[in-house]
Design a protein around this ligand. Structure first.
Ligand SMILES: NC(=O)c1ccc[n+]([C@@H]2O[C@H](COP(=O)([O-])OP(=O)(O)OC[C@H]3O[C@@H](n4cnc5c(N)ncnc54)[C@H](OP(=O)(O)O)[C@@H]3O)[C@@H](O)[C@H]2O)c1
Length: 318
């Protein structure tokens, strides 16, 4: 088991003593924040009690080929753990994403700072589930996964017994399943009733709040940790989510939750739902990583302010 708080404390101590080679540039102001670890918001995984920071990273755009394309992703994976973030979500289906993460973390030497979640293939018959799990480990260059997920309910009842065996054998520390569209919710609810997951993963954002109707309360009742995908509406939808607020100044209530950007408002809305363990915003850029990680600190909206944020959003022209 990795003790992330120890890693972070060690880094912050070394950084303050000037003994760690720090990245020049944009990470430095954020590092001052990181030096106040008490303000990092974490949530416990119900099945193990392990604490996770509420803002992680999605990597469905990490399936790149060249060293040049990998350079900005390297910066993200170098600085995310320095800022306190740990959860990285990837999948077999994201092209070379698992390989890219494996190669970069090996080079950076910071694998143990991270909680790595991946998923077995999304389509086609999986002839050998154990082999599919081994492929995830090999591509990521790790001996143990932190979370292994069934992707989009694919062959879920067949795969879960293999996942449970893999958890027994220590090939993964947790198991779960992911979906990302309301059309999958009915099938997902049945799967949540049948299987002993540690985690579920579902889409939830200010613009798509359907998961809060049944999925999130059910996860809370069953004691499943919850990862939130597509917190900005998804790689394709994010542009319209940000366009909807465009040049609008942040409302006065943003200061009450220490939000300094619309991205931070959107993320703080998502992670303030009581069932949510962590959100995994996708980004390929250091400046967006800094923005997003900052949402994992400071105050979160209470139930009344969450309703105000919903009303504000619903009244915006779409
Ligand atoms: N069924 C499933 O299991 C499933 C489905 C979908 C997603 N997922 C997982 O969930 C993760 C998140 O979903 P997603 O990546 O599709 O969508 P998302 O997190 O809602 O949005 C990502 C988009 O937002 C942009 N962005 C990120 N931070 C920003 C910021 N601070 N300001 C402005 N724009 C920002 C990103 O662009 P830049 O790259 O330029 O930052 C990217 O275009 C995925 O990466 C994947 O790991 C799982």
């Amino acid at each position: 088991m990795h003790d992330h708080s120890i890693h972070r404390r060690r880094f912050i101590r070394a950084a303050l003593a000037g003994t760690t080679a720090l990245a020049a540039g944009p990470v430095l102001p954020a590092l001052a924040e990181a030096a106040a670890p008490s303000t990092l918001i974490t949530r416990a995984i119900p099945s193990t009690g392990e604490a996770l920071p509420v803002i992680g990273l999605g990597t469905n755009a990490y399936g790149v080929q060249t060293t040049e394309e990998m350079a900005p992703l390297r910066e993200v994976l170098r600085d995310m753990s320095r800022l306190g973030g740990t959860v990285i979500d990837t999948a077999h289906a994201y092209g070379r994403s698992e390989e890219v993460i494996g190669e970069l973390l090996e080079g950076l030497g910071n694998r143990d700072d991270y909680f790595i979640a991946t998923k077995t293939p999304i389509r086609g018959e999986i002839p050998d589930v154990d082999a599919a799990i081994r492929t995830c480990l090999e591509r990521l260059r790790v001996s143990q996964l932190d979370l292994l997920q069934v992707h989009n309910l694919h062959e879920i009842d067949r795969q879960v017994p293999y996942f449970m065996a893999a958890r027994e054998q220590g090939l993964t520390r947790h198991i779960g399943a992911s979906v990302s569209s309301p059309a999958q919710y009915e099938g997902f609810i049945g799967a949540m009733e049948r299987h002993p997951f540690d985690f579920i993963q579902v889409n939830y954002s200010i613009d798509d709040r359907g998961a809060a109707e049944r999925i999130l309360p059910m996860a809370e009742d069953l004691g499943f940790a919850v990862l939130i995908n597509m917190p900005f509406g998804g790689r394709r939808g994010a542009a319209s989510t940000f366009a909807r607020v465009a040049d609008r100044p942040l409302p006065d209530w943003a200061a009450e939750i220490d939000a300094e950007s619309w991205a931070q408002v959107f993320l703080k809305y998502v992670v303030s739902h009581p069932a949510v363990t962590a959100a995994i915003p996708g980004t390929t850029r250091l400046r967006h990583l800094l923005d997003n990680q900052a949402a994992g600190r400071g105050r979160l909206p209470d139930a009344a302010l969450r309703r105000d944020i919903e009303r504000y959003w619903d009244a915006l022209p779409s």
